[in-house]
Ligand binder design. Structure first.
Ligand SMILES: *C/C=C(C)/C=C/C=C(C)/C=C/C1=C(C)CCCC1(C)C
Length: 243
């Protein structure tokens, strides 16, 4: 009851940031229900992948619930909850790449490299955002973080993941190309939020500084977590028809 009152209060006060946490939470919940129910409607070989899609959106829904409350109570960015969410969900997205290429011979070492790169990207990003957000420091950490990001982009576009996906048949190749676009374009939304939200901006330039970091991150999460899951779902359904 108390939190419902907070939502109404926030919306009445044109608090768009809190509103996007609310909508984000509902969208993630709806997507989770959809993915979980569709598991039973999926061929055995794709069940784990669709289940992981549901776990990604469900973990996000729970974090959005807490981020919403934190933001309503303090009017600040829930940086800690945000990064706890990402450190769980981004490695699960790496698991999706491993699962779709496993039948073509993906080794567990590839999964660990993807996970290590994503954890490196997120830990250094957190340091820049929460520990050293001052001018001249945040861009250094953002730059270091981007190394992890570009390594993931490389593996998925040109490296082992791309090669395995091509040899796994047309359905997997097509899905990997769609997911690769999410990683290249959808994930690039996050550095924009980071630049908007950190004091130093980009190399001291205050670009994007009128924008809200949380709204940008929330848009990124909705696009990437739900979109990513839908690509996996489409793969599971198209492969079923082919058999
Ligand atoms: C569901 C959450 C996802 C897909 C989160 C992805 C986050 C990133 C790709 C973050 C990347 C960052 C950089 C590349 C540099 C600046 C710091 C970060 C952590 C915002």
């Amino acid at each position: 009851m108390y939190s419902l009152f907070l939502d109404i209060h926030a919306i009445a006060n044109n608090n768009y940031v809190a509103f996007t946490f609310f909508v984000g939470c509902m969208a993630m919940l709806a997507a989770s229900v959809f993915f979980f129910f569709e598991v039973s409607n999926t061929d055995k070989k794709w069940r784990t992948s669709v289940l992981v899609s549901g776990l990604i959106t469900f973990i996000a829904a729970v974090h959005y619930y807490y981020m919403r409350e934190y933001n309503l109570a303090t009017n600040e960015s829930p940086t800690f909850f945000r990064y706890v969410d990402w450190i769980l969900t981004v490695p699960l997205m790496c698991v999706e790449f491993y699962l779709i290429t496993k039948k073509a011979g993906a080794k567990i070492g590839l999964l660990w490299r993807l996970i290590a790169a994503s954890v490196f990207m997120l830990v250094t990003g957190y340091i820049g955002e929460a520990i050293f957000p001052a001018e001249k420091q945040s861009w250094v950490w953002g730059f270091v973080s981007s190394i992890g990001y570009f390594y993931i982009v490389y593996l998925i576009w040109f490296g082992e993941v791309a090669k395995l996906a091509e040899s796994a048949g047309p359905a997997v190749a097509k899905a990997n190309r769609a997911l690769a676009w999410f990683v290249l374009v959808g994930w690039a939304i996050y550095p924009i939020g980071y630049i908007a939200g950190t004091e130093g901006g980009l190399f001291g330039m205050k670009i994007f500084s009128g924008l809200s970091m949380d709204i940008i991150y929330n848009i990124g999460d909705a696009v990437n977590k739900i979109g990513f899951g839908l690509v996996i779902y489409a793969l599971s359904q198209s492969d079923k028809k082919a058999e």
